[in-house]
Design a protein around this ligand. Structure first.
Ligand SMILES: Cc1ncc(COP(=O)(O)O)c(C=O)c1O
Length: 379
């Protein structure tokens, strides 16, 4: 049996999305900025995708900027908000458990003279709200917090966070990459200034994403060139992939509730199976403020590299955390923020699922973990 259980790293493209993109590549290949009929045809598809995406996300079409993925969206938002608001102050805030496409931008801004506060999280991976209240100042211009963590699946209290941030005149950026398929997020329900999304986490293609920007948000865009995306992001729009992303978002929206039930059941099954087989483990993260697609587990009997290798030999594809840091033997910065230098930071595995995951696959994974456990218990 072969099991892919690394859907938080990326997902296979859904057949309906492939079909949509094939149609676009074959019949609607024009440059949407060309004024002839082939260009106008592509423009219609681009406009339709923008309208659909805006409606799924509770945004206005002119708040949607197409990008090459969430790394670009996060870079553009954080730098753009920091630079456009620096006349009001240079204090910016993020959490210790953000994706590197956020953390490394903050580190860069720090080198450029901004003052950064990195918020702590508790053992469940929830941002310390008291600390956030205490560190907010008159010169705080930007706060960036992820909606759902990509390593442990913890959902942040975004309404509480925005309430604190908006008591000050600060901008709020949200990385919603791991949240969008699982939570019915509407951009206009929140006071977020900007929000990042990427298509490959919900059955869309890689290399295409979205940055939502509220109409009145002061932000500076720096990619120069043509006047695409109303001069906010130069470069010919990737219309086939954007149309594919709109299709993937439509499917995610239509099946969210049933998929969430399926995922929560799988997670429950995984934990029950581990208990029934008396395999020692602990859950990293929250059992309540969590999405169904990520299960990060600490196994006290083995180190992470050995576990990953043995699972790989059993044809099970999982990871120790973010794909961007996979291959490195460094403990995860997310688990370190949650547990300090506890050995569990080096003995934990992230399993992640989607609607394609079956109960049989879960049982297979647990059976293989049991074999590994018995082997290491005996040694
Ligand atoms: C939380 C989070 N933010 C940002 C990214 C980066 O997205 P992309 O791969 O589209 O650059 C990812 C995934 O890779 C992610 O999980």
């Amino acid at each position: 049996m072969e099991v892919y259980a690394d859907y938080a790293a990326t997902t296979p493209i859904k057949p309906e999305v492939i079909e949509k993109m094939m149609e676009m590549y074959q019949h609607h290949y024009g440059n949407p900025s060309s004024i002839h009929s082939v260009g106008r045809d592509a423009r219609q598809y681009l406009d339709a995708a923008r309208r659909d995406i805006a409606s799924f996300l509770g945004a206005k079409p002119n708040e949607v900027i197409f990008t090459s993925g969430a790394t670009e969206s996060n870079n553009t938002a954080i730098k753009g908000l920091a630079y456009a608001n620096q006349h009001k102050g240079k204090h910016i805030i993020t959490s210790k458990i953000e994706h590197h496409s956020v953390l490394h931008v903050f580190e860069q801004l720090e080198k450029e003279g901004f003052e950064v506060t990195y918020l702590d999280v508790n053992k469940e991976g929830i941002v310390d709200l008291t600390q956030l209240k205490n560190v907010m100042r008159e010169d705080t211009i930007l706060v960036s917090i992820m909606f759902v963590n990509n390593e442990v699946g913890t959902v942040q209290p975004m309404y509480d966070i925005e309430e604190i941030v908006k008591q000050y005149d600060a901008m709020l950026h949200v990385d919603a990459v791991q949240a969008i398929e699982h939570l019915p997020i509407k951009f206009d329900d929140f006071e977020f200034d900007t929000m990042s999304i990427t298509a490959h986490k919900f059955g869309g293609p890689k290399g295409v994403g979205i940055l939502l920007v509220k109409e009145k948000t002061p932000i500076r865009f720096s990619q120069l060139g043509g006047s695409q995306e109303t001069k906010r992001r130069a470069g010919t729009e990737n219309v086939p992939q954007i149309a594919g992303m709109a299709e993937a978002l439509k499917l995610a929206d239509a099946h969210r509730d049933e998929n969430n039930v399926h995922l929560m059941n799988l997670k429950e099954l995984f934990l029950v199976q581990l208990q029934e087989r008396s395999i020692p483990f602990e859950v990293n993260g929250s059992m309540t403020d969590t999405t169904g697609h990520i299960l990060n587990l600490y196994f006290p009997f083995i180190d992470v590299e050995t576990m990953l290798t043995l699972l790989d030999l059993a044809n099970i594809s999982v990871s120790s955390g973010s794909a961007c840091t996979a291959g490195s033997t460094m403990p995860s910065h997310v688990l370190e923020a949650m547990y300090g230098d506890d050995p569990r930071t080096k003995q934990s595995i992230r399993f992640s699922f989607n609607e394609l995951t079956t109960e049989l696959e879960i049982k297979y994974i647990v059976a293989e973990i049991q074999k590994i456990y018995h082997r290491f218990k005996e040694e």
